[in-house]
Design a protein around this ligand. Structure first.
Ligand code: ZN
Ligand code: ZN
Length: 251
């Protein structure tokens, strides 16, 4: 599996940094995890849209803003006959009162733009040839999911957005080759509610789960990424920080 990092910051794009997005290519599938603002700058279009499956971890706009760019690119390139297959987009199932505005916005994008919009829950399993996708529910301000991609005994887990208390990523990511984990806060920053992780908490999760590599992401746009690395390393040595256009081969 090959991971291409498309975006790493929140809540807005900054200089050459985009909001979250990770393109994973296996021998038989192509999966885009989240679709944050600006990520289309780092996609190769239309090639990357061919046979693409998009998973949106939750309906906060830093995680789906560029779905609008992809929808319009899909509309144009399908009409030009460069694309044949509709792009599959999976979003969390609507729970009562949550995100109805965002949910309707996305589902209304579907038809005209050649997107096939489907919903998932924590129990959904998606199979694409020999690649399997599973979900685990996170504590966050709205329904939010971790996503696991498994192919030929290799796996990648992406945390999405998550709080620390009550998250189940340690179990969900146990033994995974790569954990892409949010690390929104640094020690000294005040977390008013437990909706996101500190960098050292991401490292503690990686250590307990005994993952192969921890890739930190979901940074503040104007904070140096090395700060997050410094905080995480004492808890987990095999830590990297995600950078736009970084490529990681999982084998
Ligand atoms: Zn969020
Ligand atoms: Zn976020």
């Amino acid at each position: 599996m090959i991971l291409k990092v498309l975006g790493t910051v929140s809540p807005y794009c900054y200089q050459d940094k985009n909001c979250p997005g990770y393109l994973i290519t296996t021998d038989d599938s192509k999966i885009l995890l989240d679709c944050g603002n600006g990520i289309t700058r780092n996609l190769v279009i239309p090639e990357d849209l061919q046979n693409l499956t998009i998973i949106i971890s939750h309906l906060h706009r830093d995680h789906y803003g560029d779905l609008f760019s992809i929808a319009y690119a899909s509309y144009v390139y399908h009409n030009l006959r460069f694309l044949q297959e509709r792009i599959k987009v999976y979003i969390p199932e609507l729970s009562i009162e949550d995100n109805i505005y965002d949910y309707n916005l996305i589902t209304n994008l579907g038809m005209e733009n050649y997107l096939d919009i489907k919903t998932y829950t924590k129990d959904t399993i998606i199979n694409i040839n020999n690649t399997q996708i599973n979900f685990s529910s996170n504590p966050h301000s709205i329904p939010s999911y971790s996503v696991k991609i498994t192919n030929n005994n290799l796996s990648i887990v992406y945390s999405g957005d998550t709080g620390y208390i009550g998250n189940t990523i340690e179990n969900f990511a146990a033994g995974t080759n790569l954990l892409i984990c949010e690390s929104t806060f640094l020690k000294g920053q005040i977390r008013r509610k437990d909706y996101h992780l500190y960098a050292h908490e991401a490292a503690m999760i990686a250590s307990t789960a005994k993952v192969g590599t921890l890739l930190l992401t979901h940074f503040w746009p104007d904070i140096e990424k090395e700060e997050y690395l410094k905080e995480a390393l004492p808890n987990f040595q095999k830590t990297l920080v995600a950078k736009e256009n970084m490529l990681l081969k999982i084998k």
